[in-house]
Design a protein around this ligand. Structure first.
Ligand SMILES: Nc1ncnc2c1ncn2[C@@H]1O[C@H](COP(=O)(O)OP(=O)(O)OP(=O)(O)O)[C@@H](O)[C@H]1O
Length: 343
């Protein structure tokens, strides 16, 4: 059985710019050897959080532990294990070889350097014919992959990718995905990724963190509803599940069809029997998959599926006893559609 250990622990973290609070996280744990997707609309604080996780910036207040070490005591050697590819990565105005080898040379690690450059390039789907290409002779997708190869060659413990698919073609997005999966498997790298390509991100990540206006919406158990959406006759978005059930989101006529909806698990009500009082035209039928205890509270986290999509809802122990819920039970589900966040 896999053992899971916490790599980062954040407590009461705040980040302020020019006196304005842009990030506020009470508590967040990020596990080792996972691909974690960071979802959130523009300006929700993803890049700000990445700059703290990569130790490029220090938080205005709060504590951040990495491998149990307080951020104030992290040494340079430890920081070198954490590498980031920023949005719009910068390439040196030199050859691909010099870009990919740069980090190794900086670390005075010259052993088998040519072979390692070739290996790193092959991880991102670039063959050795690229080695002598100049930075200016690369497409956007190739440049993004060279930037990624320049980090992968360092076999980092943590790799942070801020919008790695922005402006890249579908083929490059697929090759970037394969390189990320290889890094996790070959080097046990923990990978944090943000992307506005929600479907791409959702497929690659093991767990999810969602931010909205600098606050954590929820981590791990966040409920995300992805495209495709249909339109109701009034123009609102409707999620049509594969079993034919429909969930209409009111006042969503101005939202794009590739939008993602975040639903807090507190905004989902479930009921197994005597549910007439809670039923309405948007009530759905789901099936319980698992029940587990939330570590921070005594609440129970109920995982259930609707038409193959998994959701989480929280209930207290008392509610659980009054309803005797078990995996496999069919339940009625009300999602508070007035409280959803759009990303
Ligand atoms: N260096 C800075 N100085 C001042 N304000 C900043 C700075 N960096 C970020 N901000 C502000 O902090 C907020 C969060 O920005 P951030 O870039 O972290 O969001 P994001 O979720 O990564 O957005 P996007 O998806 O557009 O990249 C925004 O309001 C932004 O304007």
């Amino acid at each position: 059985m896999d053992t899971v250990s916490t790599l980062y622990e954040l407590e009461n973290i705040e980040q302020h710019y020019d006196g304005k609070k842009v990030l506020s996280i009470d508590s967040l744990c990020l596990e080792e050897n996972k691909i974690i997707g960071f979802f959130g609309p523009n300006g929700s604080g993803k890049s700000t959080l990445f700059s703290l996780l990569s130790f490029i910036d220090k938080p205005t207040s709060g504590t951040l532990h990495f491998n149990g070490i307080d951020n104030k005591h992290i040494n340079q050697e430890t920081k070198q294990n954490i590498v980031m590819v920023p949005q719009n990565p910068y390439l040196l105005k030199r050859t691909v070889y010099e870009n990919v080898a740069f980090g190794l040379k900086l670390r005075k690690d010259f052993k088998d350097i040519e072979q390692r450059v070739e290996e790193a390039l092959s991880l991102v789907g670039l063959d050795s014919s690229f080695i002598n290409r100049k930075w200016s002779q690369l497409s956007g997708g190739e440049a993004q992959r060279v930037a990624l190869a320049a980090r992968l060659i360092l076999k980092p413990k943590v790799l942070i990718l801020d919008e790695p698919t922005s402006g890249v073609d579908t083929n490059s997005a697929q090759l970037i995905k394969e390189a990320i999966l290889s890094a996790k498997q070959k080097y046990n790298t923990t990978i944090f990724i943000s992307s506005h390509d929600h479907n791409w991100l959702n497929h690659i990540c093991d767990s999810r963190v969602a931010l909205f206006q600098g606050n954590l919406v929820e981590s791990g158990s966040v409920n995300l509803l992805f495209a495709p959406w249909e339109k109701s006759p009034e123009g609102n978005l409707v999620k049509v599940f594969i079993d034919g059930q429909r969930l209409l989101i009111p006042n969503s006529y101005s939202k794009k069809r590739d939008s993602v909806v975040m639903i807090n698990s507190d905004d989902i009500e479930i009921c197994r029997e005597n549910c007439d009082d809670m039923k309405n035209s948007n009530t759905l039928i789901g099936e319980i998959q698992s029940i587990r205890q939330e570590s921070s509270t005594q609440n129970l986290l109920i995982e259930f599926s609707i038409g193959g999509i998994s959701f989480n809802s929280k209930i207290t122990r008392e509610e659980m006893q009054s309803q005797t819920l078990l995996p496999g039970d069919k339940i009625h589900v009300n999602i508070n559609v007035d409280e959803v966040c759009w990303i």
